[in-house]
Design a protein around this ligand. Structure first.
Ligand SMILES: *Cc1c(COP(=O)(O)O)cnc(C)c1O
Length: 217
């Protein structure tokens, strides 16, 4: 679907939810997409992208930033602690802070640099054993831990269980953010970004609806 159509759907969803136009940031998820598709979306004017793998992002974005100018790239995949350093220098936001050891590592790096990307805490709202994210019952304490470390936490992120209605997960995440005084909500993908906007999403992460199916899984 053309980028403009996705942007129009976002505007419609914002209006329907009584939210200001432009209050939702579209993150175009470009992981494992062929370069020509990514370039086409850059040509169309999109300047915020999401990646899941540090190495792939590192191979792709420095050259694209040289050609297209400033592009905001968000890390939305699980982050290994040993990749934290590269991630700090490459990304404008990290959506997947999900455990104390990673938070401590990122905080140390932020201190050294005197700057850091915006951070979102990933919450495993479905408590799925195979999925990353802090468990819902541990989330409030983890927000406090991150704040004590001076990490610039701006919001929460979730990936609802596949095959379930996303809406209750979005509502849970929104309530959790509100009670912790966090305004950022990274939620909603190709199949459910309008429901996420209705529930208060500030960042939607849309891949296949923009770029077409990924060539794996
Ligand atoms: C791949 C991915 C997306 C995009 O998914 P689509 O269904 O292609 O829109 C969004 N968020 C995360 C965390 C992802 O890994």
């Amino acid at each position: 679907m053309p980028l403009d159509d996705i942007l129009a759907r976002i505007r419609t969803a914002e209006t329907a939810a009584g939210r200001a136009p432009g209050s939702v940031t579209l993150i175009a998820v470009s992981k494992v997409q062929p370069l020509d598709r990514v370039e086409a979306v850059l040509q169309a004017g999109q300047r915020v992208f999401g990646e899941n793998y540090v190495q792939e992002a590192q191979a792709k974005w420095p050259a694209l930033r040289d050609r297209f100018g400033p592009v905001s790239v968000h890390m939305i995949g699980p982050l290994q602690t040993n990749k934290a350093k590269v991630a700090m220098d490459l990304f404008d936001a990290i959506h997947t802070v999900d455990r104390p050891s990673l938070a401590e590592k990122l905080a140390r790096l932020a201190q050294d640099r005197g700057r850091a990307p915006q951070m979102f805490i990933q919450v495993n709202t479905g408590a799925e054993p195979q999925k990353a994210g802090i468990l819902p019952g541990d989330a409030d304490a983890f927000v406090a831990t991150c704040r004590a470390l001076d990490l610039p936490v701006v919001g929460l992120m979730c990936i609802p269980p596949e095959g379930e209605d996303s809406a209750p997960h979005f509502a849970t995440l929104a309530a959790m953010a509100a009670r912790n005084g966090l305004t950022g909500l990274s939620m909603g993908m190709s199949g459910d970004f309008e429901a996420a906007i209705a529930a208060g999403a500030t960042h939607v992460r849309v891949g296949s609806a923009i770029f077409g199916a990924r060539a794996y899984g």
